[in-house]
Design a protein around this ligand. Structure first.
Ligand code: NAD
Length: 399
């Protein structure tokens, strides 16, 4: 397969996938003259990619991007008609939940409808977004009606961890599912260039596999967060106990630390799974209450450490991204933390090395209290001299 179009190709999943495919199918390594078009609507990111700048934190992306552009194996564009020339069209736009926590199924369907005038039944169409179970069949039905024949449709979910996609894509097994043996074979052939192993599932099973994975991770964090709040509220030191219970004890090796479980995927995928199970996914809903309740808990902890009121106190949040050493602030709980502090009439200062904020020295010089929002490397080893809360446990030794 020589020509691939990725719709949503400039996003956090589309871009690393595009780089990986361009590297393997493009001129300079594969010798095959393959080409990847990243089709997107975000003009800033399109320009950034075409001028050789990695648009967001993505480890190892710079070198591959430079090579891919130099060899003309990769191009970003808002020209929807580029999809027409592609042998494989990969859709990887967002799949959020709405304000009532129901999946916005129409989002992904509407994007495909937009591109229908440029698509044909000879193309392999791959869904790569995380989709609600059953969406594959709905899209299959819609494309069958539009084409007058069955499409070659596959669902191949992305499972990378954000920011390390370029490295992980080449190491993770790829789950491949499709509506026909032909589509399955073609999708397998394409992903065999970048994935070390292919695993087959039926489309509904693959949809569930991705949601189960993300919900399980979300719940791991929820357990740690619930334990943290329970133990600290009763006046004990959670990390002292965690350290003791896990020392040389193999069954506690993967016990998660507490921390803000946020970002664009884990929460919404747990809610998608909950909607799928008619809102009877009690563990998922309880996990949501726990994880979403942590910001309020840490603000209360700081309040108690500062004499019972934060009114007019200068409180710093260090780290606004949703995960360490990353520039992505989507669905970050640091913003919920900020709202909570503001509601208690604190004077909030924020710092994040990836955002345009006051410098760390300026913020720390003014702060009367500090909350660690996310443990970026810049914050490790800081000596904090005012009351603070660090639910991640990176400062305790220093302080
Ligand atoms: N971020 C992750 O680490 C991750 C990992 C695995 C799976 N996923 C899933 O992948 C999907 C995409 O997530 P993401 O984080 O890459 O989102 P994103 O917002 O970073 O990327 C989506 C891209 O789609 C583009 N877009 C929107 N409408 C478009 C249109 N009509 N035509 C062309 N482009 C359009 C946006 O401009 C954006 O660049 C979601 O379903 C998500 O759950 C994300």
């Amino acid at each position: 397969m020589k020509h691939i179009a990725i719709v949503g190709g400039c996003g956090h999943v589309g871009f690393p996938l595009g780089l990986a495919l361009a590297q393997k199918l493009g001129n300079y390594t594969y010798g095959g003259g393959g080409h990847v078009d990243l089709v997107d609507i975000n003009a800033d990111v399109i320009n950034s990619i075409n001028s050789g700048q990695v648009p967001f934190q993505e480890d190892g992306a710079q070198e591959i991007l430079s090579q891919a552009l130099a060899s003309k194996a990769l191009h970003a564009s808002n020209d929807m008609s580029l999809v027409r020339q592609a042998q494989a069209v990969i859709f990887v736009t967002g799949t959020p939940v709405d304000e009532h926590l129901n999946p916005r199924i129409k989002d992904v369907i509407n994007v495909i409808k937009l591109y229908l005038p440029y698509m044909n039944p000879e193309q392999l169409i791959i869904l790569r977004s995380t989709i609600y179970p059953g969406v594959f069949r709905v899209i299959d039905n819609m494309l069958t009606k539009a084409f007058g024949t069955s499409p070659k449709l596959a669902f191949c979910p992305e499972r990378i961890v954000q920011g390390k996609g370029v490295q992980e894509i080449f190491t993770l097994p790829q789950i491949v599912s499709a509506n026909s043996p032909e589509a399955l074979h073609e999708a397998e052939e394409l992903f065999s260039h970048i994935a070390p192993k292919i695993i087959h599932l039926e489309p509904e099973e693959a949809e569930l596999a991705k949601l189960l994975t993300n919900s399980w991770r979300y719940l791991e964090f929820a357990i740690a967060n619930q334990f943290y709040m329970m133990v600290e509220e009763k006046g004990y030191d959670f990390y002292k106990i965690l350290s003791a219970l896990s020392e040389d004890y193999p069954r506690a090796k993967h016990f998660a630390k507490a921390g803000f479980a946020a970002g664009p995927c884990l929460f919404k995928d747990t809610m998608q799974l909950s909607a799928f199970y008619n809102n009877k996914f009690f563990l998922g809903q309880a996990g949501m209450l726990v994880n979403e309740g942590l910001p309020d808990f840490v603000v209360s902890q700081l309040e108690a450490r500062m004499g019972g009121s934060l009114k007019d106190k200068k409180i710093a949040i260090l780290g606004m991204a949703f995960k360490p050493n990353n520039d992505d602030t989507r669905e970050s709980l640091s913003f919920k933390l900020r709202k909570n502090l503001e509601f208690r009439m604190a004077d909030v200062l924020i710092h994040d090395p990836y955002l345009d904020t006051l410098s760390l020295d300026e913020v720390l010089a003014q702060a009367e209290g500090v909350i660690l929002g996310v443990p970026h490397d810049e914050y490790l080893g800081l000596k904090i001299t005012v009351p603070f809360v660090d639910c991640w446990n990176v400062w305790r030794k220093e302080n």
